[in-house]
Design a protein around this ligand. Structure first.
Ligand code: NI
Length: 192
């Protein structure tokens, strides 16, 4: 059985929570992760964090395959993006380093808004896999970018928080419309 969750829209308090650590006995964790991937694919996302389906727990999933067909990227980059599908449980950012660079980000919880966001190029992250085995890994490029965006979600941060105050002011009306449900998406959403 597949459960496709509605995506929680900006304005819902769950997106502002610092999410909590889960234990290996968390109920139906395998089903939850499976359904999170399916919900993400249904919405054509490359990442999805638990608060986006209403759960304040430190879980997010990433699949960067849709980025793999960008012809501006090297063959090696394309291949690593194509195969990067991973679940991150209880993630903690260990380090972010390198130059800041801009990338045009979007978010399933803030549909139809895309803006350049500046983040550091390299990350080292500690997390547990589906078997609650711990890993520490380093990433750069688009994979790092997607992980940073999803990691922010489990800390209660949205990409729009990282914009200039001018940009935020310009977007305020559109964000209010999204929160009040006046937005068109090709996936189901849940409004506050
Ligand atoms: Ni997002």
């Amino acid at each position: 059985m597949i459960m496709i969750y509605p995506i929680v829209a900006i304005g819902d308090a769950v997106l502002r929570k610092k999410c909590r650590v889960i234990e290996p006995n968390y109920p139906a964790i395998n089903t939850l992760i499976h359904d999170m991937f399916e919900t993400m694919y249904e919405a054509n996302g490359v990442g999805l964090a638990a608060p986006q389906i209403g759960l304040d727990v430190r879980v997010f999933v990433v699949d960067t395959e849709p980025f793999a067909y960008d012809e501006e990227l090297s063959h090696d980059e394309q291949m690593s993006l194509r195969d990067f599908k991973k679940v991150f449980i209880n993630a903690e950012m260990v380090e972010e380093s390198g130059e800041y660079w801009d990338f045009n980000e979007g978010c399933l919880s803030i549909p139809n808004i895309r803006e350049d966001v500046s983040r550091r190029a390299q990350i080292t992250i500690k997390y547990q896999d589906i078997n609650f085995q711990e890993h520490i890994e380093s990433y750069d490029g688009l994979i790092a970018r997607v992980i940073q965006h999803e990691y922010d979600h489990i800390e209660g941060i949205l990409f729009t928080d990282k914009l200039s105050s001018l940009k935020k002011r310009l977007l305020r009306k559109r964000v209010q419309l999204i929160s009040s449900g006046k937005v068109k998406t090709d996936y189901n959403m849940r409004f506050p």
